[in-house]
Design a protein around this ligand. Structure first.
Ligand code: SF4
Ligand code: SF4
Length: 95
């Protein structure tokens, strides 16, 4: 088997080993999403549960309400499931 010439961050190497760390910002995982979380700000009590539960760390707390970074949100729905006031609803992405 031929060895890869280099191990650049976006090049696959033998065994799938990762040679360039901290590349997650390059992977805009929001493109995979089928459903997206939408915040109804008037229902948000700023409890931060969604912030702590989001596995992708893409919820930011602002002065008024929460803000979701759709570049990285995968639409898993965990934030909506954990919100005690049902302030987050999952809506289907448009094609
Ligand atoms: S879990 Fe719900 S109420 Fe709590 S901060 Fe998030 S959106 Fe607001
Ligand atoms: S849907 Fe999932 S990835 Fe997106 S903000 Fe909610 S918990 Fe995070």
């Amino acid at each position: 088997m031929q060895e890869p010439k280099s191990a650049s961050k976006l090049e696959y190497v033998r065994g799938g080993a990762i040679h360039a760390c901290a590349t997650s910002t390059l992977m805009k995982t929001g493109a995979w999403r089928v459903f997206k979380p939408v915040v109804e700000a008037e229902k948000c009590k700023q409890c931060k549960l969604c912030y702590w539960y989001c596995p992708d760390f893409c919820i930011q707390m602002t002065e008024e309400a929460i803000k979701i970074d759709y570049d990285y949100c995968k639409g898993c729905g965990i934030c909506a499931a954990e919100c005690p006031t049902h302030a987050i609803v999952m809506e289907r992405e448009e094609d």
